[in-house]
Design a binder for this molecule. Sequence first.
Ligand code: HEM
Length: 315
Amino acid sequence: MDQKKDQIFEKLKTKFEDIGQDVNVHLEGLLHSKPLTYWDYIQTDALLNLQIQRTTLPDELVFIMYHQINELLFKMILGEIDQVAFKKKLTTPFFAKHLNRISRYFDMLSSSFNIMKDGMDIEQYMKFRNTLAPASGFQSAQYRCIEFASTELINLIDIRFRDTIDRNTPFSHAFDHLYWQAAGKDHKTGKKSTLLKLFEERYMDDFIVFMKTYNKLNLWTRFKSLPKNERENKKLINAMRHYDHTVNIQWVMSHYKTAGKYLDSGEESAEATGGSDWKKYMHPKYQKRIFFPDLWSQEEKDNWGITNIKEHAIL
Ligand code: HEM
């Protein structure tokens, strides 16, 4: 026991000496330190004070909080992607473990989306949404980062412009041709909507840096760096397909159906708060967003978002 105590003391002494500090001062400080509480550690007061409604309608709280829950999970997903992206000697078990964690979080987001679809009164939603324009979930920077960090840039380029873009294209040019530009840009005039202008003013510089960083560190590139026989492992391929399918079909379809329920609830279809041509823009069959296209057959890609794809039934 004493020996263990001595060892710990020696380690502490070294730790503090390394930063020019006296270990005895720090040990004495412990005599007066407050015991840690759950609320200080989890920051519950800060967390529970972040729900600021713009209206008196109670269901607005559901809307705000569910978005906040999404952002928290997006942060957890990005944390797991980073563990893979920056791992020096990447092994298949490590990759698979973190991919499964990422998938579990996105499964949660996808299966819980009916909190939006069924958890708010249409009447209330149609009122409080008028106080939000031109804001939209479209402006979630973390969602965009998950995309940049999951796949190669070419897979996020608007399908109409893919042939004009290659590895030598400047990042700023590629950025201007990302699939989601279509939600905020009139392609005939090139004029950008307020939704898109504000989003770019706030985040474009950060996105360009992020895109450059993940150009060679995204999940797909890291997957390709695994040994060939392991890349052919069916379990791993199925896990990759599952993630792709959850993000780009399941979640997108739940989102699309939710938008349909509210925006089509009146006599006339309502405009999206962000102002996009949402019916066309949001459906996966138009965007054909696929993180890992090499892991799907041509038929599966052709039917993306049209027929049910069995994400596990491969090879
Ligand atoms: C009642 C609930 C919701 C409705 C009616 C809705 C509607 C829409 C619409 C119409 C768009 C197209 C852009 C525009 O606004 O013009 C959009 C985009 C988007 N929304 Fe939502 N949304 C809802 C909930 C959510 C939630 C909970 C999230 C989670 C953060 C979210 C994240 C996004 C994202 C990331 C986009 C961009 C998707 C893309 O570019 O394909 N939305 N939403």
